[in-house]
Write a protein that binds this ligand. Structure first.
Ligand SMILES: Nc1ncnc2c1ncn2[C@@H]1O[C@H](COP(=O)(O)OP(=O)(O)OP(=O)(O)O)[C@@H](O)[C@H]1O
Ligand SMILES: [Mg+2]
Length: 252
């Protein structure tokens, strides 16, 4: 697959990590702790879609829609303008209503997807579905149902998800990591007594990708991905240490 056929995120450094962008029509999970910038990444994705002439659907479970518009404005993204120009459809709903809408072909949501030729979808966030059930199998069924509904429509979907401590163990509730095609992780790292932001492409089906952990910053222009964080380990455990120190510890 050529870089031209990839679905670009609008964040140059992340596109480079993805070897051009997401695979078209894939299901992507953007996972991270609160405040790491998942929603901000989604704003970039929408702005890039509009720039390329691809219509976007943004599904939010935010109870106060105004705050989403002001969050977007703080990184230079005017959601209302994109809506007015027809590039963006904002849907504020609940997890249960979304789930039901996806099961009914002539629901307003499915009609929007089809009649407006939506190419990019954001769901902010999948974590809200955990409120619907305590049963892991049922949660997996729900995740499958949501993700596959968008897969069937041939859209490239960005699912945002809060990170849980157990996500990298066999007990991950709902086994979300196995269902999606691509995982982008955003994390805080403690380096030299300061908190830094770090981003990693953890998985990407049917493509190679950058395996390095990169630093990133958030500012008035949104997310900017920097250089790989060399000589550090521990992103997955949440503990950042010098490679040298951890090598010494391992040798003991
Ligand atoms: N203009 C800005 N300049 C600097 N930092 C900013 C700016 N706008 C937002 N941020 C930072 O971006 C972060 C919020 O990002 P975002 O809301 O995308 O995170 P999130 O991962 O979606 O969080 P949550 O899990 O709570 O939904 C905050 O840490 C905030 O300080
Ligand atoms: Mg968010």
């Amino acid at each position: 697959m050529t870089a031209e056929s990839r679905v670009t995120t609008g964040i140059a450094g992340l596109d480079a990590m993805l070897h051009g962008g997401f695979i078209p029509e894939s299901a992507v999970l953007v996972r991270g702790a609160p405040g790491t910038g998942k929603t901000t990444l989604a704003f970039h994705y929408v702005m890039e879609g509009a720039r390329r002439g691809e219509r976007c659907l943004f599904v939010s479970f935010e109870e106060f829609p105004k705050s989403l518009y002001s969050d977007a404005a703080s990184v230079g993204c005017n959601l209302a303008d994109y809506e007015a120009n027809g590039w963006l459809h904002m849907v504020f709903t609940s997890p249960l209503v979304l789930l039901r809408s996806l099961e009914v072909p002539d629901s307003p949501l499915m009609q929007t997807l089809m009649t407006h030729d939506i190419r990019r979808v954001v769901v902010d966030s999948l974590t809200h579905f955990t409120r619907l059930t305590n049963d892991s199998l049922e949660l997996r069924r729900i995740y499958n149902s949501v993700i596959n509904a968008f897969r069937r429509e041939g859209v490239t979907a960005l699912f945002l998800g809060e990170e849980m401590r157990s996500d990298f163990t066999a007990e991950e509730k709902g086994r979300l990591s196995f269902i999606v095609d691509c995982i982008v992780m955003m994390r805080y790292l403690e380096i030299e007594s300061a908190i830094q932001r770090a981003i990693l492409v953890l998985k990407m089906r049917s493509s190679d990708h950058d395996k390095a952990i990169h630093s990133y910053t958030i500012g008035v222009n949104g997310i900017s991905v920097g250089e790989p964080l060399e000589g550090r380990i521990g992103l997955l455990s949440g503990l950042s240490r010098h490679t040298l120190i951890s090598t010494v510890q391992t040798a003991r």
